[in-house]
Design a protein around this ligand. Structure first.
Ligand code: G6P
Length: 368
């Protein structure tokens, strides 16, 4: 096992550090020499896409959180409404899925029973289907009409890290591809985003340099009872993943809130005892986020702000700031989640938890 960890103390840390390569591998096979997106044997025509009225994304856990980000990508680039549902909810409701639905399932293992059953149900109702998975030949890969593989390599730690970031990459590429075929995104924008994706591995390497900083910040979190994560737009979806990582590894209660919802209840819970992690990478809601940070600071909360290294505003409001390089705003989430992974890891370590095998959890849940 020590050999497999390749010098890292835990699989989780090793896998966090494998993200530049995982993201690079997942991107390069789908970007052609002109910077456009390609998927082998996915021969969709414009008419095929015009025959899709709605898209359903269904998954569990971290993969569900990737789906929440993908909704932003697809609605923006493909102009088709997207609903994202937890697989165990989807399979037991009476969904309005039809033959004009495209169902996208996301699953690292490709074996999660609820996700597999949700996929079968969507197909039974007539939907076309795509799987995004990390496991070649898995049950979900076999069941779907078409499979996109994340090339993250084996993920051993129960808490998903590199599978998640590669899911975001694969889903971003898929949404660009659909927009490209449907003509709902300008070719220049496709090229801008694919070229940003190709340089993303270097940016991830830069963010990984925040390691010592995150280890220090973990000291300020390790004794908290509750920690809140705030974001708006895509940052809210990322905040949900940040909170899940912390719960899984540190066993501290953590919740993510859409920052605009604070005042409708959660603000009552904010005191100097509740650290807040605030993600602010989306310019159209940045000023709103700064107001929300001030609201929680006014109730005594310490705020760790995650934002761009050239953003002078964030440090005016947050207690401490974690910086990511300036990138395209659709790509920022793939960077901003990395400090949150490190924060969860170090908080778990400081609480002397088994970070690779957190209590009560399994890597892949093949039962109900
Ligand atoms: C388990 C794992 C999670 C994972 C979820 C979905 O609960 O502990 O890390 O996100 O299953 O797994 P999948 O393999 O379908 O992505």
């Amino acid at each position: 096992e020590a050999a497999e960890k390749n010098g890292y103390p835990h699989f989780m840390l090793k896998e966090i550090y494998e993200q530049p390569k995982a993201v690079c591998d997942t991107t390069t096979i789908h970007v052609d020499k002109d910077g456009m997106v390609c998927f082998d044997n996915l021969n969709w025509t414009k008419a095929d896409l015009e025959n899709i009225d709605n898209i359903l994304i269904t998954a569990c856990g971290t993969a569900y959180h990737a789906g929440l980000v993908a909704k932003h990508y697809i609605e923006r680039f493909v102009k088709i409404p997207v609903e994202v549902d937890i697989a165990s909810e989807y399979r037991y409701r009476q969904p309005l899925t039809s033959e004009r639905t495209l169902c996208i399932v996301v699953s690292q293992s490709g074996e999660t029973l609820d996700t597999l059953e949700a996929l079968k149900e969507a197909k039974r109702l007539g939907a076309r289907s795509i799987a995004v998975t990390n496991s070649i030949g898995s049950s979900i890969a076999r069941e779907a009409d078409y499979t996109i593989y994340t090339l993250a390599g084996p993920e051993i730690a129960v808490a998903s890290t590199k599978a998640y970031t590669t899911q975001l990459v694969a889903l971003l590429l898929l949404s660009l591809y659909m927009g490209q075929i449907k003509g709902t995104i300008r070719p220049e924008l496709i090229k801008d985003i694919t070229s940003a994706l190709l340089t993303l591995p270097d940016k991830i390497t830069e963010v990984l340099k925040e390691k010592d900083h995150m280890e220090k910040l973990a000291d300020s979190l390790k004794d908290a009872k509750d920690i809140f994560y705030l974001g708006r737009s895509i940052d809210y979806a990322i905040a949900m993943e940040g909170a899940l990582k912390l719960k899984e590894i540190s066993y501290i209660h953590a919740e993510a809130y859409a920052a605009g919802e604070l005042k409708h209840g959660t603000l009552a819970l904010i005191t100097k005892e509740t650290p807040v992690i605030a993600v602010a990478t989306q310019s159209h809601v940045a000023s709103k986020m700064y107001s929300n940070i001030q609201e929680v600071r006014a109730r005594g909360a310490e705020v760790i702000g995650i934002g761009y290294d050239d953003d002078p505003e964030l440090e005016k409001y947050a207690t401490d700031t974690v910086r990511i390089p300036r990138v395209d705003e659709f790509i920022a989430p793939i960077l901003s989640v990395i400090p949150m992974q490190l924060l969860a890891y170090f908080t778990g370590i400081k609480r002397e938890n088994d970070v690779d095998k957190p209590r009560n959890l399994a890597k892949s849940v093949t039962v109900e």
